[in-house]
Design a protein around this ligand. Structure first.
Ligand SMILES: Nc1ncnc2c1ncn2[C@@H]1O[C@H](COP(=O)(O)OP(=O)(O)O)[C@@H](O)[C@H]1O
Ligand SMILES: [Mg+2]
Length: 299
């Protein structure tokens, strides 16, 4: 069973600190890095894959620093980069066969392995088509297939669901659940619903740091008492929407149902609500405390 340990990992580009002091311990399971654009997800994942070297701190795989594992580490790894490169004139089957050779999949096994991957991601019918004709969703699925070709113990997928339509997203979730047993699966996204149902652990990333970590139940429990529902009149709803992070606005007749994230009861008529991951996202990324300051200034 693989094990990854990050010890105070930091990456600085000139005067920009992209990842700062990240210390985490990953065992088998699905880990979802959730954060806005620019949070440092891609930089962290590239360091995890050994593509980038940390400025400070170390990454260990089964107790050994990954730089010292060299090629052995790469064979344990399957990586889908955020902007993954492909050959537009290759067919899907030729591309995967070529990559199987690069990843030292034994030649006798490669043909069957490629077909298995094509079936897994639902591209067996398009295997003879040139990649340049693929839609964004098909490309992502091909990217996922290439990442899994060598049965990696550690799978790193950077924004694997970008460009997928709702049906493809469901298929993606099923692929991940089907292959996650006994592996470390790490994925990044800025979309809450992508990780809500598949990640065993959520890592909330903001400005290069991990600001929250745990199961969906853990991280939602952390904001219990800070989520409120209130039915307001249209004008009042607009005013509250300016002051507080609002995760859900729903028109109900001439009134508007608001879901508000706030340390304190936003209105005497507001009732506490059961927190969800959307609310967690809003809490960490919409600066609930800044909104409170805003209110304190008497607006
Ligand atoms: N090669 C680079 N050179 C300079 N700055 C970079 C480089 N790569 C990323 N950054 C900066 O680091 C921060 C984190 O970027 P990134 O890791 O791509 O975040 P995310 O994947 O969460 O959107 C951003 O401010 C980005 O502009
Ligand atoms: Mg990114």
């Amino acid at each position: 069973m693989p094990e990854l340990k990050l010890d105070r990992v930091t990456k600085q580009f000139k005067n920009k600190i992209a990842v700062e002091h990240v210390s985490i311990h990953l065992k088998d399971g699905v880990y979802g890095f959730l954060g806005a654009n620019g949070a440092g997800k891609t930089t962290l994942l590239r360091m995890l894959c050994g593509v980038l070297k940390p400025t400070a701190g170390e990454i260990f795989c089964n107790g050994t620093e990954i730089g010292r594992l060299g090629g052995d580490y790469r064979y344990m790894l399957g990586y889908l980069p955020q902007d993954f490169g492909y050959y537009p004139d290759f067919t899907a089957v030729r591309y995967l066969t070529y990559l199987a050779a690069c990843k030292a999949v034994p030649k006798e096994a490669a043909g069957e392995k490629v077909q298995e991957m094509l079936r897994l991601v639902g591209l067996e019918g398009e295997q003879k088509a040139k990649i340049r004709t693929f839609s964004g969703g098909m490309l992502r699925r091909l990217g996922i297939a290439q990442a899994l070709l060598n049965d990696p113990e550690i799978v790193v997928l950077d924004e694997p669901t970008s460009g997928l339509d709702p049906k493809e997203r469901i298929r993606f979730r099923n692929i991940i659940s089907a292959m996650s047993k006994g592996r470390i699966v790490i994925l990044s996204t800025h979309i809450v619903s992508d990780v809500e149902f598949i990640a065993d652990e959520i890592l909330l990333m903001k400005k290069g740091r991990i600001v929250g970590q745990g199961s969906v139940a853990d991280v939602t429990e952390n904001i219990r008492g800070k989520v409120w529902e209130y039915e307001a009149e249209a004008e009042e709803a607009l005013r509250l929407n300016d002051i507080y992070p609002v995760s859900n606005l729903k028109n109900e007749g001439d009134r508007v149902r608001l879901r508000i994230v706030s340390e304190e009861r936003p209105h005497e008529g507001a009732l506490p609500a059961e927190p969800g991951l959307e609310d967690v996202y809003l809490y960490y990324f919409e600066e609930v405390s800044e909104h409170v300051d805003h209110m304190d200034r008497g607006i």
